[in-house]
Design a protein around this ligand. Structure first.
Ligand code: ADP
Ligand code: MG
Length: 282
């Protein structure tokens, strides 16, 4: 269902402007994000890539209200959350506007809740009656390729791949506007990785927007509409996935594309990679 008028761009679900984040104080103060601006449209999947320490998780945690920015603004579904206190964040979560999936599914799932309770809970929090919530959860399971016999199990009784599919299901079940996924497939073996990526690629058309974070361009390439590249706390490149992969402009993006040879069907050129790395380190 869309309320868009032709020619009028939909309001972004996520709109970040000039975001600065610092950790620590005094001489220990370090900048983790430096002037990051990006926006995500309804239904869009943005792939956010960058190497370890580039600030990806910091960006995710800032959007989820777990880290407070030192400057800039974060607007989620039209609501400026930059100065939100704990109560306002609770309210936003209760309404199910933004959900999250972390690399380790045990961080997104309560170890004491069965699969069914874990999936029902966000619906109850939103005010849905229990019977209706349970029905919705049963109907939802096939969409995330989970069989009904898993429903009574605890997270500890599931495989890593099953757990991550439950975490994804839990994020999806309330039909949020935005889901932040921080390295959701990085800890999975390749079969489970493919399964989770397939689920995310074939989401029902609820208009949910995804920010899919990964250090691996290969995982992002197949599901992202647009790709944003974070390098040492700065966004160095943003574009459509075919543009960023086909015509990378920044040396770091060229390095990433060159290191993922299957993307372009050609083996990576070692000499080129070394010279780009030298350029970046200069
Ligand atoms: P990524 O997710 O891309 O690996 P992070 O956002 O986790 O990057 O980290 C970005 C930078 O901020 C790194 O230099 C990291 O060491 C630092 N950092 C992250 N979290 C904290 C923290 N809680 N306290 C201090 N420094 C942090
Ligand atoms: Mg991280």
């Amino acid at each position: 269902m869309t309320t868009e008028r032709p020619g009028v761009p939909a309001r972004p679900v996520l709109d970040i402007t000039g975001l600065q984040v610092h950790y620590g104080t005094g001489r220990r103060r370090r900048q983790a994000l430096d002037g990051v601006s990006l926006s995500v449209a309804p239904g869009e999947t943005l792939g956010l890539i960058g190497e370890t320490g580039s600030g990806k998780s910091t960006l995710a945690r800032t959007v989820l209200g777990l880290v407070r920015p030192s400057a800039g603004s974060v607007i989620v579904d039209g609501e400026d959350v930059t100065a939100h206190g704990p109560r306002q964040w609770r309210d936003l979560r209760r309404r199910g506007v933004v959900q999250y999936v972390f690399q380790d599914p045990l961080r997104s799932l309560d170890p004491d809740l069965t699969v069914e309770e874990s999936l029902i809970e966000p619906l109850l929090v939103r005010g849905e009656p229990r019977v209706k919530a349970a029905q919705r959860v049963r109907a939802f399971l096939p969409r995330v390729r989970l069989s009904e016999d898993l429903i009574g199990r605890l997270p500890g009784e599931l495989s890593g791949g099953q757990r991550q599919r439950i975490a994804v299901a839990r994020a999806l079940v309330t039909e949020p506007r935005l889901i932040i996924l921080d390295e959701p497939v990085s800890a999975l073996d390749s079969a489970n990785r493919v399964q989770v990526l397939e689920i995310l690629k074939n989401l029902p058309a609820t208009g949910v927007a995804l920010v899919f974070i990964s250090h691996d361009l290969g995982s992002v390439a197949g599901i992202a509409d647009r790709i944003a590249v974070l390098y040492r706390g700065e966004l160095v490149e943003t574009g459509t996935a075919p543009d960023v992969i086909g015509r990378p402009r920044h040396p770091y993006t060229r390095l990433l594309v060159g290191s993922a040879p299957t993307l372009r069907g050609a083996p990576a050129d070692r000499a080129q990679r070394d010279s780009l790395r030298a350029l970046l380190d200069a």
